[in-house]
Design a protein around this ligand. Structure first.
Ligand SMILES: [Zn+2]
Length: 170
């Protein structure tokens, strides 16, 4: 089977036909790898499982800023905010899950330029043996956040605004 490079994250993935997300566009082989990681994370439990799960969802989303459409802009923005909150402020995934729902109620601009490439991608995490996969995933998350560094100040500002708003709906 041949390989193609995902136009979102740059991962070398199997050249297959298949479903993709509605607006978070990716190569079908990339989306399938993400699906395999979602299946793996569902085997994790407890608070650690929720945290790992949040890193997975956030990191995949910020590496697929592939569509200028409103929902993709929101997805990239709120998942960058979530990565920032987790990595820089230690906010747990159990809380982020609820916060993200609130953050999506506003519009976000397209962040340009998006990273030209990513140092780690979904293929590397999927290839890690299950015993080391949580660790690989955390490195993936940290590297993706670093790859977006030209936009860090802006994202930190959005996060600070969002966290200072009264949150009665969580
Ligand atoms: Zn991809």
């Amino acid at each position: 089977m041949g390989e193609v490079r995902c136009f979102g994250c740059g991962a070398a993935v199997p050249d297959v036909a298949g479903p993709v997300h509605t607006y978070m566009l990716a190569a079908p082989g990339c989306w399938a790898l993400y699906g395999s990681l979602l299946a793996w994370r569902s085997s994790l439990s407890g608070v650690v499982g929720v945290g790992t799960s949040q890193y997975l969802v956030d990191t995949y989303a910020v590496q697929h800023a592939t569509n200028p459409e409103r929902r993709n802009r929101q997805s990239v923005a709120v998942h960058l905010m979530s990565l920032c909150a987790a990595l820089e402020q230690g906010i747990p995934g159990t809380r982020l899950r609820h916060l993200i729902g609130e953050w999506t109620h506003r519009d976000y601009p397209l962040l340009l330029p998006r990273p030209a490439s990513f140092s780690v991608n979904v293929a590397g995490v999927a290839a890690a043996p299950p015993v080391g996969r949580s660790e690989a995933l955390l490195m993936w998350a940290a590297s993706a956040w670093a790859d977006w560094s030209p936009h860090h100040e802006r994202v930190r500002g959005w996060l600070a605004d969002a966290l200072s708003e009264p949150s009665g709906t969580a």
